[in-house]
Design a protein around this ligand. Structure first.
Ligand code: GTP
Ligand code: K
Ligand code: MG
Length: 367
């Protein structure tokens, strides 16, 4: 029996099985097995497909945002509206056949927006250019899912399934689990909280399914079976996603209102009538959750024109590395002005967490 048949068989069994407390374990195991075969399928297509991974577009700027959506929802229209790049726009599906980069300058940051071909159902298993598109999306810091407002819920659910299948987890935290494979010692499964979806025995069964017989696992939150499988497989990518409901000119005010309130990660717009596009750019910037750090050389004023852009939560050491790898090793201490310090200026070390719009001067060792 081929992998595709096995997948079908398990899917059928899951579909046949009533979902209730008594069958939860069984379905959990089936799902784990299914995930394993899906992975094998993906790997197979990868090696036979030659050099078809992603598109050859170099990363540029402080962040990359990938436009993902069904054909003709207005991805290229959006790129053409908010950047200086014109990407082909047309009424027919698959107008865009490759990755088209554009640049957004916002709040001192440079954001690369990547227009991509539309994807369709079955993309994850190789339909259309789906796998290539999703591979490109995986390289981004943010997925901007573009949806046709008139069919948004359906599209969103289908796309989420496709991305899920290829290991992309949208707006989810990485499970708080430590997992180490060992050479001997069997399975040591410990938890620091109450688990409601998983226990020692089941975890061991799942691990055996993946041919892992020696490992230490420490679970610190109430994870699901799916999350546990993600930890074992180690291939999941946790990504931010913003939802853009385009073409609101084609739906009623009530529907616009409902979509607009449905999700804090969503925004309604119309590329055709240029409605809400500034807000969309602003929301992209906010969702990326960056902070701007201004450099200051000794004896001169800060450079407020060209900030360094770092993910929020970054520390002085990250800032050093962003400027230059060497600087990290040569740093003696830093002097910081701004919201991250009690007194401005203040002398701090590499582990000091920075805040948006801090001014930082790096003092190096004399070598
Ligand atoms: N009514 C309406 N039409 C729009 C809007 N935005 C885009 N369109 C139209 O939708 C069609 C598809 O737009 P594209 O920008 O080519 O869509 P796409 O998602 O890039 O399509 P593919 O590259 O084929 O996947 C075009 O005819 C656009 O003019 C909008 O806000 N309202
Ligand atoms: K199109
Ligand atoms: Mg397009």
């Amino acid at each position: 029996m081929g992998i595709a048949d096995k997948i079908k068989e398990i899917e059928d069994e899951i579909a046949r099985t009533q979902k209730n407390k008594a069958t939860e374990r069984h379905i959990g195991l089936l799902k784990a097995r299914l995930a394993k075969y899906r992975m094998m399928l993906l790997e197979k297509t990868k090696s036979s497909g030659g050099k078809s991974e992603g598109f050859d577009v170099a990363k540029y700027g402080d962040a990359r945002v990938a436009l993902v959506g069904f054909p003709s929802v207005g991805k290229s229209s959006f790129l053409s509206q908010v950047t200086k790049t014109q990407s082909a726009i047309a009424e027919y599906a698959f107008t865009t056949l490759t990755a088209i980069p554009g640049i957004i300058k916002h709040e001192g940051a440079t954001i690369q927006l990547l227009d991509l071909p539309g994807i369709i159902e079955g993309a994850a298993t190789g339909k259309g250019r789906g796998r290539q598109v999703v591979a490109a999306a995986r390289t981004a810091d943010l997925i901007l899912m573009v949806l046709d407002a008139s069919n948004a819920e359906v599209e969103r659910r289908l796309l989420e399934i496709e991305l899920e299948e290829i290991g992309i987890r949208l707006n989810q935290q990485k499970p708080n689990v430590t997992y180490q494979q060992k050479r001997t010692g069997g399975i040591k499964f410990t938890t620091s909280c109450q688990l409601t979806h998983l226990d020692d025995k089941m975890a061991t069964q799942i691990l055996h399914e993946y041919r892992v017989h020696n490992a230490e696992i420490l679970v610190r939150e109430d994870i699901t079976v799916d999350q546990f499988v993600d930890v074992i497989v180690g291939n999941a990518k946790y990504m931010k996603c913003m939802y853009l409901y385009n073409k609101i000119d084609t739906i009623t005010m009530e529907e616009i209102d409902r979509l607009g309130r449905s999700d804090p990660n969503g925004l309604v717009c119309s590329c055709k009538f240029q409605l809400n596009l500034d807000r969309a750019v602003e929301k992209i910037w906010r969702t990326l959750d960056f902070m701007r750090i201004y450099t200051k050389k000794k004896g001169s004023p800060p450079d407020f024109v060209d900030p360094f852009v770092l993910p929020r939560g970054g520390v002085v050491g990250d800032f050093c590395k962003a400027i230059h790898k060497e600087l990290f090793n040569r740093m003696r201490h830093a002097v910081v002005w701004g919201r991250s310090v009690k007194h401005s200026p203040q002398k701090v070390g590499k582990n000091h967490p920075l805040a948006d719009e801090d001014v930082v001067q790096i003092v190096t060792k004399n070598i």
